[in-house]
Design a protein around this ligand. Structure first.
Ligand code: NAP
Length: 320
């Protein structure tokens, strides 16, 4: 009898988390590629939308089943989805009609997901730019939205997801995402590597909330496995870090000899990349405390400037 209970205790302790069948949109993007790697690593079964053969091949390479399709024409592929436990939406093409595309996507996808026997979880990606310029204040999930105009369409979309009776909706608001495969500092690295002054929008004191893609991927996984339906989480590992020292760190690391950033007006970056790029001028501080507290999120990349200058964070325990 004593041996049996010991065995049961051991079996319970080592019980694997259930394998979930998860459909991912945007699985080849900055955020999505880290998320699919994390979820495959945690033993989940992944399916992902791919709009090109190249994207399908990248997904196949990491053990994800590609489903051919475009977010702009969801009617063409939603009916092909097999039973799912969850879907994670991280796709966006940043075109001027991205709001209309997203509305049409949810119009087709949410009813299709509702045909599953058990209501699936649906993780929707919001963003830090929905909170506007906070200055010294620290925005939390309770802070009213003041979205950048180019992303204002996201607010009714995420409210629809959170209130949905078709899916168990959860929203993640990523901070500015950086990582091994580029990210928000990609342009800084390119300009420094080309020997040019790194261009900083507005001024060097503008603070960006930051998160490394690997840490954000852990947050998506924890939200998928543990978050309460109807909840939102800000994915900020660093509340707000000035961009000036980051730009200078790239110049120093890549030895351009020109460490002083070139300040460019917000209008210039909007003309170059699109209206959405006005977000680069927002001075923000965002809190990731709720995710740490409720989900046990433990981001490891907490020193972005040091990482740029000296490489990755110290090896830590496996936090999965
Ligand atoms: N990156 C950040 O710092 C950040 C911060 C906060 C919020 N967000 C939000 O997070 C979301 C994803 O951002 P991201 O930086 O990961 O974007 P990204 O790197 O540009 O990736 C976009 C993803 O969407 C896919 N995609 C684009 N258009 C598509 C279409 N027409 N049909 C099917 N798939 C399509 C892309 O596929 P292909 O690989 O085939 O092109 C890619 O997988 C966006 O809504 C963004 O606003 C991002």
């Amino acid at each position: 009898m004593r041996i049996e209970s010991h065995v049961l205790l051991w079996a319970g302790f080592h019980r694997k988390r259930p394998t979930l069948r998860v459909f991912v949109l945007g699985g080849t993007g900055r955020i999505g590629s880290a998320v699919v790697r994390e979820l495959v690593g945690r033993g989940h079964q992944l399916f992902a939308l791919a709009r090109s053969d190249a994207s399908a091949a990248r997904l196949d390479h990491i053990g994800v089943t590609a489903i051919a399709g475009d977010i702009g024409s969801p009617e063409a592929w939603v009916a092909t989805l097999r039973p799912l436990d969850a879907a994670i939406h991280m796709a966006c093409d940043f075109n001027t009609d991205m709001g209309a595309v997203d509305r049409r996507l949810l119009d087709a996808l949410l009813p299709a997901l509702a045909t599953n026997k058990q209501r699936p979880r649906f993780l929707y990606t919001g963003g830090c730019w929905l909170f506007g310029a906070t200055g010294d204040d620290l925005a939390t999930e309770q802070t009213p939205f003041r979205p950048l105009p180019a992303f204002a369409w996201m607010v009714p979309q995420l409210q629809r997801v959170l209130a949905s009776t078709e899916v168990d909706g959860i929203v993640i608001h990523p901070a500015m995402v950086y990582g091994r495969e580029g990210g928000v500092f990609d342009r800084f690295a390119r300009e420094a590597a080309a020997g040019q002054a790194v261009r900083v929008v507005a001024n060097e004191a503008v603070r960006w909330p930051l998160v490394h893609a690997e840490d954000l991927a852990q947050l998506y996984a924890l939200a998928l496995e543990r978050a309460r339906p109807g909840s939102s989480y800000i994915g900020a590992a660093v509340e707000g870090f000035p961009v000036g020292p980051i730009a200078r760190a790239f110049a120093r690391r890549l030895g351009t000899g020109n460490e002083t950033p070139q300040i460019i007006p917000t209008d210039a970056i909007a003309a170059e990349l699109g209206e959405w790029a006005r977000g680069y001028a927002l001075d923000q501080r965002l809190s990731g405390a709720k995710a740490r507290r409720d989900l046990g999120w433990t981001p490891r990349h907490l020193d972005p400037e040091g990482e740029i200058l000296f490489g990755g964070p110290p090896e830590g325990p496996d936090t999965k």
